[in-house]
Design a protein around this ligand. Structure first.
Ligand code: FE2
Length: 299
């Protein structure tokens, strides 16, 4: 095995070479990739001629995979593949994938199919670095907090900006309402590392008003988005990025003048988050069993 890991930034991101991800991986390769993911949190691979079936097979090395999304339809004929297409909207807000369900995906793979000639980068942030950067009094506060995550909120889009198509997409996205309470500080089950587990779907701090929640969330989120914690990945076609969805947030920059941009996403089913006192997340509303199995910690 000649797996090579090259860091992209000090805290987050590495390129992985010396492994052909279009073929079934040997168990040592899977273990080495998992170890690299634990350390670097986001890994970039050359995907060669990987197709949807190959992307699903790659993701399955790391655990059971989810269906495409709890409410958004899959790529036709590929029930586990979510199209991430500029035609269908822009994920230009900071989030961790699908945190409104009880057990969000543990890892997300994105494969580039169409890349705009400029822009279209994905930002991926290290939420453990953010936690470590908090001054001690804020860290102690964060340690005690829980947040309610939901898919049913306004996305900060002014009403006049919503046309009929966007309205229909929003209705689809929220066709099942989910609400889940997660610890604001999540302990990574494989590394024991602590990270801020908030992101765009976290709308309310348990026990605080909406206004107070916003202020506290903004205060903590500012540490997540510090440039030192962020990988800015400029895509080439036929690349695959695998990121640890338990300890990162991401943001798709809308800076390509509406030119075509298409990635396909496959996610690996996750475990139920656990806070620093060992308490697990709990569901308030919405059943996601059609979307994801609940997994125990996948090594
Ligand atoms: Fe996402």
């Amino acid at each position: 095995m000649s797996l090579e890991i090259t860091k992209v930034t000090a805290r987050i991101g590495a390129r992985v070479s010396g492994v052909d991800i279009t073929r079934p991986l040997a168990s040592e390769e899977v273990a080495a990739i998992r170890e690299a993911l634990n350390v670097h949190k986001a890994l970039v691979f050359d995907a060669g001629d990987l197709d949807d079936a190959g992307q699903q097979a790659f993701a399955r090395h790391f655990g059971d995979i989810t269906t495409a999304h709890p409410t958004v339809p899959a790529v036709e004929g590929a029930p586990n593949v979510l199209p991430v297409d500029s035609e269908r909207g822009r994920a230009n807000h900071w989030h961790t994938d699908v945190t409104f369900v009880l057990n969000p995906p543990q890892a997300t793979s994105l494969r580039s199919i169409t890349v705009p000639p400029y822009g279209g980068e994905t930002l991926i942030a290290d939420t453990a670095g953010a936690y470590r950067d908090l001054p001690e009094p804020l860290r102690r506060l964060a340690d005690t907090l829980w947040a309610e995550h939901t898919n049913d909120y306004d996305y900060a889009v002014p009403d006049e900006a919503i046309d009929e198509e966007k309205e229909a997409q929003r209705a689809e996205f929220t066709s099942i309402t989910y609400r889940t309470a997660h610890p604001v500080v999540r302990v990574h089950p494989l590394t024991g590392e602590r990270g801020l587990f908030i992101g765009g779907f976290a709308q309310r701090i348990v026990g605080l008003s909406a206004g107070e929640s916003r202020k506290v969330l903004d205060l903590l989120q500012a540490y997540v988005t510090r440039p030192e914690n962020v990988l800015r990945w400029r895509w080439s076609p036929n690349q695959l990025v695998l990121f640890d969805n338990r300890i990162t947030q991401h943001y798709a920059i809308d800076n390509y003048d509406g030119l075509p941009r298409r990635l396909n996403r496959v996610t690996v089913a996750g475990d139920i988050p656990v806070g620093i006192e060992g308490k697990e997340s709990y569901s308030i509303e919405g059943d996601a069993s059609h979307y994801t199995p609940v997994t125990s910690v996948a090594a």
